[in-house]
Design a protein around this ligand. Structure first.
Ligand SMILES: [Zn+2]
Length: 314
């Protein structure tokens, strides 16, 4: 009532070590993969219904395994236990995804550049981390998605991606979350096997000079930029720590006063209510600074120094 072929070939990708079982590449243990592919190739007479399958795995050598099945069938009310066994042969191959990845295949390039001369290193690393994690998440449902290469180039970073739609989605997300803009350009790179034009897309994401955490000047007032989204940003005034919002159209007239990484630290001498005393970081005079209500003050605080004044950075 149950039969197995003389042998079953089980493909394993030498690069990602996944097994091809049931029509797709999967991450699984060898014995599970061998047993599942044996069950997939099992033949049962058409009048029988399989009620239960027990499996046993025996290793012959590194490439060959014996899989024995104990199959309970119900044939029009007649229940029987049948045994069958076969040899599973492990075949090393490279899956299509890995062969593309190893062959430097890519469909789109995500170019990250800054409005200032150089892209800030921290922002660059943050973006590369975010892109890696987004691609990893998306690849869980679509294993053809991957990053082919990340290249640091003068003025920014290029990320080569296996998919056009992934490039477009990432470009739009990054432009939104950093207050930047993106544009798309296409280049004909050849023909597909069936004669259609093949294009590669480039998504140039240009980030503004400012980023979250920077001290900026807008309408002659100093603010800390605390958030950027699709439609604008959030600010805190440095004079009295009031929160306010800024429209996307107004962000173009923002000037960067001090990048977050260039803020100075000052040692705290004393605190009392809304005021603290700190040491001037260069001439070591004592200065009074206003701080927000309930601010947690450590041994040092970050400050912004303009030509006229010094501010506590919340
Ligand atoms: Zn693979």
């Amino acid at each position: 009532m149950v039969a197995l072929p003389h042998h079953v070939d089980l493909e394993r990708c030498t690069n990602c070590e996944e097994y091809f079982v049931g029509g797709s590449w999967r991450q699984m243990e060898l014995d599970d993969a061998a047993e599942d592919s044996t069950i997939d190739s099992m033949m049962v007479i058409s009048e029988s219904v399989v009620v239960d399958v027990g499996t046993a795995f025996e290793k012959l050598d590194d490439r060959n395994f014996t899989i024995s099945l104990e199959v309970t069938t119900d044939t029009q009310g007649y229940v029987s236990v049948n045994t069958a066994s076969t040899t599973v042969r492990l075949k090393n191959v490279v899956c299509k995804r890995c062969s593309r990845q190893l062959g430097n295949y890519y469909e789109s390039t995500l170019q990250i550049r800054s409005g200032s001369k150089d892209l800030d290193e921290n922002i660059r690393d943050e973006i590369v981390r975010k892109v890696r994690s987004d691609v990893e998440t998306a690849a869980k449902n679509n294993r053809s998605l991957f990053i082919t290469r990340v290249e640091e180039v003068s003025g920014g970073v290029d990320m080569l991606l296996s998919s056009i739609s992934m490039g477009r989605t990432l470009a739009r997300d990054l432009a939104d979350s950093y207050g930047g803009e993106y544009k798309e350009s296409s280049k004909l790179v050849g023909k597909t096997d069936d004669g259609r034009d093949m294009h590669r897309l480039t998504y140039l994401v240009r980030l503004p000079e400012y980023s979250v955490g920077d001290v900026i000047r807008f309408n002659e007032v100093l603010y800390k930029l605390t958030w950027i989204g699709k439609n604008g940003g959030k600010l805190i005034t440095l004079r009295d720590f009031r929160e306010t919002t800024i429209r996307k159209s107004d962000l173009t007239s923002v000037r960067v006063e001090t990048k977050e990484k260039d803020l100075k630290e000052a040692a705290v001498i004393s605190t009392s209510g809304n005021e603290i005393q700190v040491l001037h970081p260069t001439n070591f005079s004592t200065i009074d600074l206003r701080v927000p209500e309930n601010a947690e003050i450590g041994e040092t605080v970050r400050i912004a120094m303009t030509d006229e004044e010094i501010f506590f950075i919340p």
